[in-house]
Design a protein around this ligand. Sequence first.
Ligand SMILES: N[C@@H](CCC(=O)N[C@@H](CS)C(=O)NCC(=O)O)C(=O)O
Ligand SMILES: [Fe+2]
Length: 369
Amino acid sequence: MSPIQLFDEESCTYTYVLVDAPSKEAVIIDPVDCKIERDLALIRRDGLTLKWIVETHAHADHITSAAPLAELTGAKIAAPKACEIGTATWQLEDQQVLHFGGQVLLALSTPGHTAGSMSYVWAGHVFTGDTLLINGCGRTDFQSGSSEALFHSLTQVLFKLPEETVVWPGHDYNGKTSSTIAIEKTHNPRIAGKSLEEFTLIMTGLHLPKPKRIDEALAANLKSGLRQDAHGLHYGDIQSAQGYAGDLTNGLAWQWFENHEALLVDVRTQAELEWVGFVPGSVSIPWKNSPSMMANANFDVDLKKYAGTLKVLFLCRSGVRSIAAAKRATELGLEAYNILDGFEGEIDDQAHRGARGGWKASGLPWRQN
Ligand SMILES: N[C@@H](CCC(=O)N[C@@H](CS)C(=O)NCC(=O)O)C(=O)O
Ligand SMILES: [Fe+2]
């Protein structure tokens, strides 16, 4: 059994998916926000049931996708208790065990890079987060880091594991993928054969630049990446509206749609669907923002076929036409909702890093013909 190793080129972060083959239950370790689409696609492709989303620590260099992933998959979040990530369901302590299918994942407290950092052991593999890197180790110069604690975690915890244990790090900046306890114990230039004093000297002499996104990342990661969008809503929220049943985030829209609780109506033109993409399984009933009701005569006819069946969710490019369509649908007697930010949202809104990026940027399924 081997883990599936995934890489984020931007932060050089490794994410791991561990699968119990008979039950297809799975665990994901250290998922990254901008890779949520890739990770969801893998889960769907292999028919996996994600049980746990596990963090090795509160990351300083990238934002986790734990919260949106939990909402979209139903998995629960587990994180080291000492990391104080309040949104995690399971606050893990040393030696506690997570189960998925017939598998167990053992949490080992390995402080040093951060005071809460943990490593996880599974079937001859160890996921070391930023405690042990290949030919390196996590820095100890911020976030309650301690060279002394790291020295102890490396020499007294990780290096006590069986020598053939495969080491899977949280990052690699040099293209390396895995190692073993035996190799790191004997060859790791920062720790192999070093005394605590020598190790501390090496660590204090690193003088690494601060991670570029540390402030933004830490604040977000202490909430599992749960962020408010520009409407003040959290991923998955719904808010009441005038003239239709409500506004909802695309995360909740996807959940309802996938659970067959709602019909998803795309009101963009055929040309937009073809050029920009669409949500598989959605129904196309174009709405034109035109003063003449005649322009939307077909809208009424097509939509009435669905009256009285399900909730109807309206999607357009940025969330304007869908409001008009939701109002009209309400007049026609349907339970109609507007999906905030539409398919594309506010493009180029760098400040929010995709928070207003719409359906596509949220990593929800879509396709182009
Ligand atoms: N250059 C990266 C930061 C890299 C970094 O500091 N990585 C941390 C892990 S969060 C580390 O411990 N690095 C150890 C090392 O580079 O030796 C950024 O700006 O985000
Ligand atoms: Fe880190």
